[in-house]
Design a protein around this ligand. Structure first.
Ligand SMILES: [Zn+2]
Ligand SMILES: [Zn+2]
Ligand SMILES: [Zn+2]
Ligand SMILES: [Zn+2]
Ligand SMILES: [Zn+2]
Ligand SMILES: [Zn+2]
Ligand SMILES: [Zn+2]
Ligand SMILES: [Zn+2]
Length: 415
């Protein structure tokens, strides 16, 4: 029986000599028969002899053959043996051929309760006799299924008792201050510390400089300690000083505000002085000989200008009307000026004369427009004077509906 070592085999009756191998002197394993003298040898023993060109170990014949001896094998398999676990207490005995079934080696289940098998949990390497295996798996194995008895979390015995207990919120703990509170769930420890009579707390006069940490139960006794009087005196002195400093700062701020107010009032007075000596747009210009002076606005684009309405190209019943504009030096010109969007408004309709454009900017003498007589399409004007043709108008009352010549032009920003 190749599957058992000679140490595992224990025969009930003494082994007959012809079932022992003459070479190795043990029970025949894989019994072979030699053709020379009919003796039996282990298959491996006789092969070894043949390989070294040896003669038959029994009859010394040099030419022989060997065959598997199935009859001999049957006899050996029928021999009665004790269980290989006899020493451990197994009472089984039976034919050799049945022992492997009895042992069912390396399997968890099997007839022989003295055979060792591995624990069912993969991570556990423990080997136990079958009769002890269930107890190990159910009660001892660190890999067995286990539930935290405090919160119900499931895991292995090892993971629950080693790691989980360290963090379980329901795990019973004792107050670290050694007060009378024991067996409280870990999760409520923080709340307990906030009222534990043995927890050190800040003195109510910590703001005044007391760094003592009396136990919560002793706070009242500690608070009554007269040493706090000294601390309070110092702290009050400090507060008083700070209060005075704040008052002083307050006064300074008030003063600053007053000064700012005065400054603003003064500036406003100055602005009032700066009111221009000519009207601001919009203005109306009638057909007169005198030019009208005005400012286009106060501020960034405010500029001093003058305007006059002139006729020209006179025909029998009509003439053309022109608006002349000029820039002058003045108080308000600050930046590059723009001519405002000019609208001629004769009381019936608004005629856009000129879009908001940058002017060919040039300061001209104050009375430049006053000296211009009538003007027409071809009149040469001094550089910088802007000429805009307002339209063709009637020279007198006209039943045909052509506008009356005494047109009034309103110059304004288009809003
Ligand atoms: Zn042998
Ligand atoms: Zn022989
Ligand atoms: Zn057994
Ligand atoms: Zn185990
Ligand atoms: Zn738990
Ligand atoms: Zn406590
Ligand atoms: Zn204190
Ligand atoms: Zn002027």
């Amino acid at each position: 029986m190749a599957q058992f070592s000679k140490e595992e085999l224990s025969f009930v009756e003494e082994l007959p000599n012809d079932l022992k191998c003459p070479v190795c002197l043990n029970i025949l394993t894989d019994p072979h028969l030699v053709s020379c003298c009919g003796h039996n040898f282990c298959g491996s023993c006789i092969e070894r002899v043949k390989a070294s060109n040896g003669s038959c170990p029994m009859c010394k014949e040099e030419e022989y053959q060997s065959f598997v001896d199935k009859k001999c094998l049957r006899i050996i398999n029928g021999l009665e043996v004790y269980c290989s676990n006899k020493e451990k207490g197994c009472q089984w005995k039976g034919e050799l051929k049945n022992m492997s079934t009895h042992l069912n080696k390396e399997k968890r289940e099997g007839e022989c309760q003295y055979e060792e098998a591995k624990c069912r949990y993969e991570k556990c390497q423990e080997r136990k006799q079958r009769r002890y295996l269930k107890d190990h798996e159910d009660k001892e194995c660190p890999q067995r299924l286990f539930q935290c008895q405090y919160c119900g979390e499931e895991g292995t015995f090892l993971s629950i008792t080693k790691d989980h207990y360290e963090e379980c919120r329901q795990y019973p703990v004792t107050c670290p201050n050694k007060c009378s509170s024991t067996n409280m769930p870990r999760g409520s420890l923080t709340a307990h510390i906030n009222e534990c009579p043995l927890e050190p707390v800040d003195c109510v006069f910590s703001w005044a400089g007391c760094n003592d940490k009396p136990l919560r139960k002793d706070v009242h006794v500690h608070t009554a300690d007269t040493k706090h009087m000294t601390l309070l005196a110092v702290a009050c002195g400090q507060l008083k000083k700070e209060n005075e400093e704040m008052k002083k700062e307050n006064e300074e701020m008030k003063k600053e505000i007053r000064e700012n107010n005065d400054k603003i009032k003064k500036e406003m007075r100055q602005i009032r002085y700066a009111i221009p000596d000519y009207p601001l747009l919009p203005i109306k210009i009638a057909r007169k000989n005198e030019p009208v002076h005005f400012y286009t606005g106060v501020g960034e684009h405010g500029v001093h200008m003058s305007a006059i309405v002139k006729g020209g190209n006179k025909k029998f019943t009509t003439e053309d009307v022109f608006l002349l504009l000029a820039f002058h030096e003045g108080k308000f010109e600050k930046y590059e000026p723009k001519i405002p969007k000019i609208i001629a408004d004769d009381g019936f309709a608004k005629i856009p004369l000129m879009e908001d454009v940058k002017a060919p900017y040039k300061y001209l003498p104050h009375d430049i427009l006053k000296n211009i007589s009538d003007c027409d399409d071809n009149t040469d004007l001094e550089e910088g004077v802007i000429k805009i043709k307002v339209g063709t108008f009637s020279r007198g009352p006209n039943p045909a509906g052509i506008r009356f010549q005494r047109v009034t032009i309103k110059i304004s920003f288009e809003l």
